[in-house]
Design a protein around this ligand. Structure first.
Ligand code: DGJ
Length: 737
């Protein structure tokens, strides 16, 4: 492996691989001055454009120096109050009671590995190098280690910061961002993903305003309101053109991604824990670790950006054990029966599941003591004695005797006021003295910052998983946090609770997934309310949304795919009319909207199954046969406008290419459309499975593939038609010759 990190004698640092160069230097004052982040440079230490030092009227000059203001200096880790007025990466209170910190270069080290973070999930190593820069504030004895990891085969730069109190007095951290990126002036647009329950991952693209723009969460989970993702785009960026700087975090709690366009048009991007309502007491001798921030640069547009993310998430984030493992097809009881589940019903659905050829039966919410609706029982993780008299282990065994796998739902982090657990331990919830805790879906949040709560949850879940017949766990979480306080912490540590909660959650997940490496865990939070790389570090797949209507789900999957490979997602054929928006759609379109998700299944009752029996058999058969295809392949967005979506999926071995096309509302006399495919081998033959027609790769990429036509008059046999009417869909399958 060639050296990817180089350092000059006068302390310029360059990180370079085939995807990017990242360059900064130590200024004469000892400040880390950012020089370049962009395409790879052959002589990165010789970057042409340095920061120009100039005297600006009214600017404050840094600590008496001439022509040097931090206010217009691009920096690696800015603090506040010493001539820079922009939002800082570090802000806090020192033992003198003021907030002025001044960080200077102290030392640096290069290691040929990827350091792991204590108590936080972090990207895996491999062929990589890490530059560790130590900055210090000698006055207040604060040291900040900046970690930069570059990989030989990945386009992602991983950053994190560690704050150590090397003095004898307490330091209080308020801003402890993971990374700061000061980019030069340009005409940027911002792309981010926002939403709410059942409408997650909506994309918004806006011109970068002057001032500060933030996507963040103060809800305790990373949340559906803003997924932890933000990209700065060269104006006019398309799928295959444009410079893109994109960022995310390996974190599941309150985060912030802040962009600020300063007075000289420079742009600062900060990524990390949300400073709002955060406060960490750093005692002498203690270190605080931030979550990892991930950065991607490409000049190849959104498609190249997504490929870099997808590859990285698969290679370095999600559990290796499931990396190229086809996921079982499944029948989930939720939209089939909601809370009305019992042993007989589950066994009857298991029979249906066997008949239509799915691999796994998933028992969703409603199985535990007294749980007949969402008003009670969370916390009491024992099978309901009346409805599941033989208990979960025996049910799991009986389901498995039918040749199926067995999966089960938990919502471990929650408790209902009406539950034995709450009666026994009212102090175990997040709460603050003198305030009535607010409810969300009739439930309260357990205080996972407490060790005893984490221990208790481990023992409860372990008691069920240890029967050995559980193949899958759906880990749900259905509310935002309020009155965030802990009875276990002193008054002056209450603003640490949100972060400590996430550390407790990670501890629990780490222990469980280590003990049960073969159990497939699926992350869910009312759908995509905590869909992030923190959770994906423990669970290979997640439930992106409760929106199972195909039209709604197309947008959600399209948005999620900017960052997440679809083999981290699950989808099922739900009922029609759809339970979330009432739309009627065909089984085919319901299936195809999720066709490129790794985990595919159904959630239908016996009557619906009977009505669509043959079609379900056919689609589940397709899902099973294509299961191996849907892990590790390449996903491309080809068309997306208000009325059409077209996606391409190319399998890992590049031998099979699927193209899914969706036409939302029909209309008379429409134009004929074509999609230009991408990433094929120009000279190879691609055979369309449905009719044996052969196309050259270059023809499909340059000339395009005609999309099927929606028309009420299906008369010409030279035209490929779709179903008549609204919400039509079509799937092409090509085999490379
Ligand atoms: C919310 C999830 O998103 C649903 O799929 C289902 O599991 C319910 N919770 C159960 O309460």
């Amino acid at each position: 492996m060639p050296d990817m990190i180089t350092v000059s004698d006068d302390l310029t640092f360059a990180l370079t691989n085939r995807f990017f160069s990242y360059v900064f230097r130590v200024s004469p004052e000892g400040i880390l001055e950012h020089l370049h982040y962009g395409g790879p440079l052959c002589e990165p230490l010789d970057v042409a454009v340095h920061h120009i030092r100039t005297q600006r009227s009214v600017a404050s000059t840094f600590q008496g120096g001439h022509y040097f203001s931090l206010g217009d200096t691009p920096q690696e880790f800015p603090s506040f109050g010493t001539s820079d007025y922009r939002f800082p990466a570090l802000h806090g209170r020192n033992s003198d009671g003021n907030t002025i910190f001044s960080l200077r270069h102290k030392s640096h080290e290069i290691v040929t590995r990827k350091p792991r973070l204590k108590r936080l999930p972090s990207a895996r190593g491999g062929s990589c190098e890490t530059l560790i820069i130590t900055l210090e504030d000698p006055l207040h004895k604060l040291e900040v280690e900046l970690l930069y990891t570059i990989y030989a085969e990945q386009g992602v730069l991983v950053r994190a910061a560690k704050f150590s109190n090397c003095g004898e007095k307490e330091i209080q951290l308020q801003h402890a961002f993971s990374s700061a990126l000061d980019l030069p002036q340009d005409d940027y647009e911002i792309l981010h993903l926002h939403g709410t329950w059942a409408r997650e991952f909506n994309e918004e693209r806006i011109d970068m305003p002057k001032g500060r723009f933030v996507v963040d969460s103060a809800r305790g989970t990373s949340s559906a309101a803003h997924n932890p993702f933000l990209a700065l785009l060269q104006k006019g960026t398309t799928e295959d053109f444009g410079r893109v700087y994109a960022t995310t975090l390996i974190y599941s709690g309150n985060f912030a991604l802040s962009v600020e366009r300063g007075e000289f048009e420079d742009v600062r991007l900060l990524a990390g824990i949300n400073p709002f309502n955060f406060h960490w007491r750093l005692k002498p001798g203690k270190t605080f670790c931030t979550p990892e921030a991930l950065h991607v640069f490409t000049d190849g547009g959104l498609r190249a950006m997504s490929h870099i993310w997808h590859d990285f998430v698969r290679e370095k984030i999600t559990p290796k054990r499931f990396k190229d493992t086809p996921r079982p097809t499944y029948l989930n009881t939720w939209e089939a029966a909601y809370f009305d589940v019992d042993e007989d019903k589950v066994l009857a659905l298991a029979d249906k599941a066997t008949d239509i050829g799915v691999d796994m039966l998933v028992l969703d919410d409603g199985w535990f003591e007294g749980r007949r609706d969402d008003t009670s029982s969370l916390g009491d993780w024992v099978a309901d004695a009346a409805r599941f008299p033989s208990g979960i282990p025996s049910l799991a065994r009986r389901v498995k005797e039918k040749g199926l796998k067995f999966g089960i739902w938990f919502e471990p982090e929650m408790v209902n006021p009406k539950s034995a657990l709450f009666e026994a331990h009212p102090e175990w919830i997040l709460h603050v003295p003198g305030r009535t805790p607010s409810l969300g879906r009739n439930q309260l949040t357990l205080d996972l910052s407490r060790n005893d709560v984490v221990e208790y949850l481990f023992s409860q879940i372990d008691a069920i998983l240890s029967c050995g017949d559980i193949d899958y766990v759906k880990w749900d979480m259905n509310r935002h946090m309020t009155e965030v306080g802990s009875a276990d912490l002193p008054r002056n540590r209450q603003r640490e609770v949100s972060h400590r909660y996430i550390l407790g959650l990670y501890k629990l997940l780490k222990r469980l997934t280590k003990k049960y490496p073969n159990v497939l865990f699926e992350n869910c939070a009312s759908g995509g309310n905590r869909f992030d790389l923190g959770m994906l570090s423990f669970m290979p797949q997640g439930w992106v949304s409760d929106m199972c209507d195909p039209v709604g789900r197309l947008e959600i999957i399209n948005g999620a795919s900017y960052l997440y490979p679809l083999d981290t997602t699950a989808a099922y054929i739900g009922p029609s009319p759809n339970h979330q928006n009432g739309r009627v759609s065909s089984v085919q379109t319901r299936f195809l909207a999720g066709v490129f998700c790794a985990a595919r299944g159904i959630s239908l009752n016996e009557a619906d199954i009977a009505e669509h029996y043959d079609e379900l058999i056919a689609w589940m058969d397709f899902a099973k046969k294509s299961g191996a295809d849907m892990v590790g392949g390449r996903f491309d967005r080809l068309i997306r406008n208000g009325n059409e979506v077209c996606w391409q999926y190319t399998t890992q071995d590049k031998r099979t290419v699927y193209v899914a096309y969706f036409h939302i509302l029909s209309a008379p006399n429409l134009p004929f459309r074509r999609a230009r495919l991408v990433g094929l081998e120009p000279h190879a033959d691609y055979m369309l499975v449905e009719d044996g027609a052969r196309y050259k790769g270059d023809a499909l990429m340059q000339n395009g593939l005609p999309m099927p036509y929606v028309s009420t008059d299906q008369v010409r046999d030279t035209v490929r038609y779709m179903e008549k009417g609204d919400f039509s869909s079509y799937l092409f399958t090509f085999k490379r010759g």
